[in-house]
Design a protein around this ligand. Structure first.
Ligand SMILES: [Mg+2]
Length: 302
């Protein structure tokens, strides 16, 4: 179990660190100029060091720390972790999250921050920023499907007041929980799919088996990100192929590859991740501590 939980967190961070190099580039440009194999070299529009991660991993750690601090009732603590992170002036913060966290900083009230976020973005708040950070919820609550669903939705809602975005996070964590139980990828996908009510999300998930790589849209819209990341995971022959194919889609590459890497790492485990990637991560000690902490939290829930 520890290998899977560590694998999920490291896979997510590896996807983030590799993908950030190519964020906002097109798939054609990446493949023609850089080939298809990936090394952890940093760079990109954020000018990262090799092994440096971005908001995807940093916010995942916020969610994990919030759960570890209070496994019975983690949402408020997770909100506090988000605000503490935001005050460190991170290199990259997504637009919906920036609005939500600055609105909370002004008002001290998540409910009002939600209303402000919804209004400032004209109701278009189904960004992928809630999905990229949600995985620790699966690791702490995989044995409690009701809590897994409740906290997936509530933590999404802190910054993304959109039922579709919340349901996408619930689906993702349900899928990861089935992978923790040892289910094969397509079977875990079908089991998690059976929970989904929202029409657009259901339709897009049902189309995943018939998509080709050219059909994928690695944008910041939560359904596009989920679909692209899932496709790369479900069609990858191993963890390396899955993560590389997500990175190589370009556009919102760090987030799509983080979302894919979280699933791939949970399924194939930490030991299957190449040493050249995982040993380069600048925050690897913290990922190891948090993996152990989440498993401990999962035993404190009942
Ligand atoms: Mg990022």
């Amino acid at each position: 179990m520890l290998d899977k939980v560590r694998g999920g967190l490291f896979g997510l961070a590896v996807g983030d660190a590799l993908g950030a190099t190519f964020e906002f580039m097109s798939r054609e440009e990446i493949l023609s100029r850089h080939g298809s194999k990936r090394e952890m070299v940093g760079g990109g529009w954020l000018g990262l060091k090799p092994g440096e991660v971005t908001d995807d991993t940093e916010m995942t750690l916020c969610v994990a720390r919030g759960i570890i601090a209070n496994p019975q009732d983690p949402v408020e603590e997770i909100g506090r972790q988000f605000i503490a992170w935001y005050r460190t002036d991170p290199k990259d913060v997504g637009s919906t999250i920036r609005t939500a966290l600055s609105a909370y900083t002004e008002t001290g009230d998540w409910e009002r921050a939600r209303a402000i976020t919804w209004e400032r973005h004209g109701g278009k708040v189904a960004g992928n920023g809630c999905l990229m950070r949600t995985l620790p919820i699966s690791f702490a609550y995989y044995q409690w499907p009701d809590l897994l669903g409740k906290f997936s939705r509530e933590v999404a809602f802190l910054t993304h007041p959109d039922p579709l975005a919340a349901e996408a996070c619930h689906f993702y964590n349900a899928l990861a929980a089935w992978l923790l139980f040892g289910e094969a990828p397509w079977s875990a996908f079908k089991k998690a799919r059976s929970l989904i009510q929202q029409e657009e999300l259901a339709r897009r998930l049902d189309s995943v088996p018939s998509l080709a790589v050219q059909d994928l849209r690695p944008t910041g819209y939560v359904v596009d990100t989920l679909e692209a990341a899932l496709w790369c995971f479900l069609n990858g022959e191993d963890i390396i192929a899955a993560i590389e194919s997500a990175v190589n889609l370009g556009d919102d590459a760090d987030t799509v590859a983080a979302v894919c890497g979280g699933l791939a790492g949970t399924y194939w485990g930490w030991s299957s991740l190449p040493e050249k990637w995982k040993s380069r991560l600048l925050i690897k000690e913290e990922l190891e501590q948090v993996a152990a902490g989440l498993l401990q939290a999962s035993r404190q829930v009942a």
